[in-house]
Ligand binder design. Structure first.
Ligand code: GDP
Length: 174
């Protein structure tokens, strides 16, 4: 017999964006509370998870990373399958990653339909080396109708907020 307290909400979240924008680091930060400078440290698993309680609901977030296989459509498609929320990330110091945001959003929508999404400008601690202007970012976010968060995974800035927002959005539509 299933009791109400056994029921748990689990959400598959995918983090997409060009290589090296900080996707793996964000997952590691959120799920393990750690940060490493090592580039593309293999986490060895497909996803990490974290449980949170929000509004009396227990929610389990499963955060999926594309594990450096961003360029391989067949692989990324398998990662996206069944995703219920998505982070589209780019880096403050990488203009190409900003230009690719639309493409990533579309890829996820093609595979998953319209799911809660958020735009993340990571590496905000490197604002001195920025290659995108704040107003460019804001206008793209507005045009795509996406909430924008500026994060530093390194400094642990705004990471929690990103996932709280997605969970709230998700709970509002189920
Ligand atoms: P991925 O390829 O998108 O998964 O990117 P990674 O998570 O492997 O990160 C790429 C590099 O950026 C690594 O050296 C990270 O340590 C670094 N990095 C990630 N987030 C931040 C951040 O917020 N600030 C800074 N300065 N470096 C970061």
């Amino acid at each position: 017999i299933m009791r109400e307290e056994d029921l748990e909400i689990a959400i598959k979240v995918v983090i997409v964006g060009n290589g090296a924008v900080g996707k793996s680091s964000m997952i590691q930060r959120y799920c393990k509370g750690t940060f490493t400078k090592e580039y593309k440290k293999t986490i060895g698993v497909d996803f990490l998870e974290r449980q949170i309680t929000t509004g009396g609901e227990e929610v389990r977030l499963m955060l999926w990373d594309t594990a450096g296989q961003e360029e391989f459509d067949a692989i990324t498609k398998a990662y996206y399958r069944g995703a219920q929320a998505c982070v589209v990330a780019f880096s403050t110091t990488d203009r190409d990653s900003f230009s690719a945001v639309r493409k990533w959003k579309k890829k996820v929508e093609d595979e998953c339909g319209s799911i809660p999404m958020v735009l993340v400008q990571n590496k905000i601690d490197l604002i001195d080396q920025a290659t995108v202007k704040p107003d460019e970012v804001e206008s793209l976010a507005r045009e795509m109708r996406m909430r924008l968060y500026r994060t530093s995974v390194k400094e642990d800035l705004n990471v929690e907020q990103v996932f709280n927002f997605l969970v709230e959005r998700y709970l509002a539509i189920i």
